[in-house]
Design a protein. Structure first.
Length: 200
């Protein structure tokens, strides 16, 4: 079995299990309006289509920038496992408070323990780590571009979620933001009173 086969299997299992686990969530009591999220999703759709066209029309997008050894491949498999495990740790720790969208669940509270003590959006952080590890093994412009595009999407979606949650939770969420970085562990958080959290 090659590193690429293992990576494909890892991501397949992750996506299928994540979809199955989506039924494990509390009742939604409030939700962010579509207007606040529309630019993010429409912009991401356009960017995704442009990337797909570039991949189709520009052969350079599919040409390897470097060739990965088997040892490097297995190292990237290990990093991907760490990233996806971090996602699942956060999902299990959040339990029924998890939401696929920007919403507030019944019994909602600020969770600042477990992975949420390292970053405010550990599911995004873990996914980003796994995507870049996979892209590094692939070593192709299209894989790197996908990782960069999804990282930008997660970062912008996190800002939308935080704005909504600050409106819902007020000063308590601001205090959490001052203590814990958004996506990169151990990075000093930026103090701001204009944004407010929820991972999908």
């Amino acid at each position: 079995m090659t590193p690429m086969m293992v990576l494909v299997a890892l991501w397949t299992v992750f996506f299928v299990s994540w979809i199955v686990a989506s039924v494990w969530a509390s009742r939604t009591v409030s939700r962010s309006g579509f207007r606040s999220q529309a630019p993010l999703y429409l912009g991401s759709l356009v960017a995704g289509l442009l990337l797909a066209l570039a991949n189709l029309w520009l052969p350079i997008m599919r040409q390897p920038l470097w060739h990965s050894s088997a040892n490097f491949g297995w190292a990237m498999v290990a990093v991907t496992v760490i990233g996806l495990a971090f996602c699942w740790w956060a999902r299990l720790h959040l339990g029924s408070l998890w939401s696929a969208g920007v919403s507030r669940k019944e019994g909602h509270r600020i969770v600042d323990t477990g992975p949420y003590g390292f970053v405010r959006h550990p599911i995004y952080s873990g996914a980003i780590l796994g995507m870049f590890a996979t892209a590094a093994f692939r070593g192709r412009p299209n894989a790197i571009a996908i990782a960069l595009l999804l990282t930008l999407f997660f970062a912008l979606k996190a800002l939308v979620e935080e704005r909504f949650l600050r409106e819902e939770l007020g000063d308590a969420y601001d205090e959490y933001r001052r203590r814990v970085p958004m996506l990169v562990p151990f990075l000093r958080p930026r103090a701001s009173s204009h944004q407010g959290h929820w991972d999908p």
